[in-house]
Design a protein around this ligand. Structure first.
Ligand SMILES: [Zn+2]
Length: 159
């Protein structure tokens, strides 16, 4: 039955997800292994089809979030990455393997969000911090879907 209020539909979806989390994860993991090639093709297709709006969104977001001064920007991308890797390992005992390189310009502050205990995806710090708190991983997975057109639940097992 369709919901009159889209917020209700969203809440209901979240509730269902939380109640059936493990079952759904197992299902998507299985689905992924059986349909890996199809999924990767779909991600590519989605990214192609939404290329223009995603590029536009990306550019506008970057423009709005440029740092006023890059004086403080002293370390290189490589150096920052190594620093984060060490931090993740030391503070949270997590491994740190970026799924892909940071596609944002250097003057955007970036975080590397752990989609599981091993793999990270670069996301802008401002967006990442908006989603701190409960259900951090799920909220960020939705964010990653919006940013990159990648469905984390379908691609990785969520452990
Ligand atoms: Zn995160």
């Amino acid at each position: 039955m369709p919901y009159k209020n889209p917020e209700d539909a969203k809440k209901n979806k979240r509730k269902y997800y939380l109640e059936n989390k493990d079952k759904l994860k197992e299902k998507s993991r299985q689905y992924y292994y059986e349909n890996r090639n199809k999924i990767i093709a779909n991600v590519k297709k989605y990214q192609e089809e939404h290329k223009e709006e995603r590029e536009k969104y990306f550019k506008e977001w970057c423009k709005m979030n440029k740092r006023e001064s890059d004086k403080r920007y002293l370390s290189t991308e490589k150096g920052k990455l190594a620093h984060r890797k060490a931090n993740a390992k030391r503070k949270r005992n997590l491994k740190f393997e970026p799924l892909f390189a940071n596609p944002f310009p250097n003057d955007i502050d970036m975080d590397y969000h752990h989609i599981n205990n091993l793999i990270t995806i670069p996301i802008p710090r401002k967006l990442h911090r908006l989603n701190y708190g409960n259900n951090h991983r799920e909220k960020c997975n939705e964010l990653i879907m919006d940013l990159y057109g990648i469905n984390i639940d379908n691609i990785l097992r969520g452990d």
